[in-house]
Design a protein around this ligand. Structure first.
Ligand code: NAP
Length: 203
C-alpha cells in the first residue's frame, strides 16, 4: 500500500522556498510531528547541503531515525556515507532509474531501481510501503519534487510554514504543478515573529 505522503515546506508569503532566512529550529521541530518512516528528498536539496555536510559532525546513523530516500536518477549525489552518518537518519537509500549512470563497484549505498530514465515516483512509493514498511513519507524539497508528486496525485497532506517576507523570484513550493487541488484545512497556528503554519489535507 502507498504510504501517507506529506510535503512540509518553509515558504515566503509569495510561495518561494529559497532566498530568505528560514526559522530552521521551528521548521525541523515541526517536522518531527509526523514521525515519518521515510524522508523523501530531491537530489537538488541534498546538493544544496553538500558543502555544509562535508564539515558537519558525523555521529553515525540514528537507529530510531527515518530512512533517507533520495530521488537521484542522474546519480548526482556523492556524499552517501556522510548522509548516513550525519545523525538524522537510520540509513540511506538511493532511488535510481534503469538508465541511471553506473555506480562505483564498491558502493555500499542501498538502491531501489524503478522507472526507465527517471525514477517512477508512484512505483517507488508503493515499494517503500511494501518492502520498507513505510506508512508515512515526509517530502523535503524546494518544490520541484513536490510539484511532480502533486501532478501524479501522490500528495496527501501539505504543511506550509509561511514566513513574513515577499521574495519575488525563486523556486515555488508547488514546482511546475499547473493543475487544481482542493484542500481541507487541518490546522493554523501563528508563531512569534509572524511565522504562520498552515496545514492542509488533500480532499
Ligand atoms: N524551503 C524549504 O522548505 C526547502 C526545503 C528543502 C530544500 N529547499 C531549497 O530548495 C532548493 C532545492 O529544491 P528544488 O525544488 O530545486 O529541487 P528538489 O525538489 O530538491 O530536487 C528536484 C528533484 O525532482 C526530481 N524530479 C524532477 N522531475 C522529475 C520527474 N518527472 N520524475 C521523477 N523525479 C523528478 C529530480 O530528480 P533527478 O535527480 O532524477 O533529476 C530531483 O530529485 C535548494 O535551494 C534548497 O536549499 C527549501
Amino acid at each position: 500500500m502507498r504510504p501517507h505522503v506529506v510535503g512540509h515546506l518553509a515558504v515566503s508569503v509569495d510561495g518561494v522556498t529559497a532566498g530568505f532566512d528560514v526559522d530552521l529550529a521551528r521548521f525541523y521541530a515541526m517536522a518531527t510531528l509526523w514521525q515519518e518512516d521515510v524522508t523523501l528528498v530531491g537530489a537538488d536539496t541534498i546538493l544544496a547541503q553538500e558543502a555544509a555536510l562535508r564539515s558537519a559532525p558525523l555521529p553515525g546513523p540514528r537507529e530510531a531515525g527515518p530512512l533517507l530516500a533520495v530521488v537521484d536518477s542522474r546519480r548526482r549525489v556523492r556524499e552517501w556515507d556522510r548522509l548516513r552518518d550525519v545523525g538524522h537518519w537510520s540509513d540511506v537509500l538511493a532511488l535510481y532509474a534503469d538508465q541511471t549512470p553506473a555506480r562505483p563497484p564498491d558502493s555500499r549505498t542501498r538502491e531501489l531501481i524503478t522507472g526507465y530514465d527517471r525514477v517512477d515516483l508512484d512505483d517507488a512509493l508503493q515499494q517503500l510501503g511494501k518492502s520498507y514498511d513505510a506508512r508515512v513519507v515526509r517530502v523535503d524539497t524546494g518544490g520541484t519534487l513536490l510539484g511532480v508528486l502533486l501532478e501524479l496525485g501522490l500528495v496527501d497532506e501539505l504543511s506550509l510554514l509561511v514566513h513574513p517576507v515577499v521574495v519575488g523570484s525563486g523556486p515555488r513550493w508547488q514546482g511546475g504543478f499547473t493543475g487544481r487541488l482542493d484542500l481541507g484545512l487541518a490546522n493554523v497556528e501563528v508563531f512569534e515573529g509572524g511565522v504562520v503554519w498552515l496545514r492542509y489535507c488533500t480532499l
